[in-house]
Design a protein around this ligand. Sequence first.
Ligand code: GLN
Length: 423
Amino acid sequence: MRLPIVDYLDEVLAGIGTDNPGATADYIPELADADPSFLGVCVATIDGTIYGAGDIDVPFSIQSISKPFAYALALAEHGLEHVLERVGVEPSGEAFNELSLEEGSGRPLNPMINAGALTTHALLGGPQADANERFEIVRRGMSAFAGRELDVDENVYKSERETAYRNTAIANMLRSYGTITGDPNGVVDGYTRQCSVLVTLRDLAHMAATLANAGRRPDTGEQIVPRSVVRQVLSVMMTCGMYDAAGDWMSTIGFPAKSGVAGGILGALPGQVGIATFSPRLDQHGNSVRGIRICDRMSKDMGMHIMEGAEPARSVIRRDRVLTLPGNHRVRVCSLQGTIGFSGAERVLRTLAENPDNAGRVVIDLRRAYAVNDVARRMIAEAARRLQLDGLSVSLLDPDRVLADSDAGEAEVISSLDKYRPY
Ligand code: GLN
């Protein structure tokens, strides 16, 4: 069977039509000359499947899409507190290359604007590292996310470095406030190389899917950065990733994303998919015009807005029944299913609290409960404990040991229902 998703992506690109407004980034000569006709989209699932349409193997420079990855690497290296002392997490509402710092503290407002990205870059490898070492850290890190060795485009690097007047000004401002130490020019060198790393949509899709998969590479299972780091990175992408268009993006498209001035956009819908688009012409905010259109269409068609929450709470109880055993013993079997978080567990607790048939034993059937998060595990175990305090016998039908580390009192753990089946 030819998968309909591929046809769908072809159709999305066809739907973009011939209209190709905007302009390539003119402040970097090498990007100004980019072929504006390139157009592509890739979607990567969190189990490692990639779907694509259009120009998915054309290399282009990653530009600002490197910023969330450099931020992730800085967080993994130094911890949240250390990084937060130097770079904030507030949306700036200003252009990406604005010369501005938080009043009072001298911190850049967030790591997605250039001031914050230069500071983040400067943190890599500690104060002793030089531009090449910092660049190598970020190149290797992004390669780990992408699953192949990425390399720099020397022409883009030279072209941007020769005209990096603005970033040099920002780096000098950061140096004057003591936000960065050492040579500001070296920071601009390393950061500009970081932005000049070449990627294809396929690479970006892998990188996006790794973010969507809480930092774990979908294909190999390798944890590239800790889960908590990814949460921080996606939060900042959500609020600051599209610069001064972040609010508009959040309300219409609604998944964390980051754009680059070469025309790429990377998006990640946590727990679901990674998305990457490419079209070189930009709007006034520096975001790819047709990339935004593609993301907008896909978000609407595929229900990808993060605020359009699923309703797991209603579906966590698969079945709740009472079996009558010989001797008129009643056993209640409450079967759970799916992903269970706080709201799902609350539903389970409320259901278990009622016992209309006066069953003397409750079996909590966890065979189809997967991805039970920490709080849900503790809540369900606590319910098992309290039911025992109420005088009931409790069995956990838990062959995969979902509740293994939780305190469920004296509940017996069974791996099949056999002994409670009526004969
Ligand atoms: N290298 C570019 C710069 O620093 C990145 C900007 C961007 O992609 N928005 O100006």
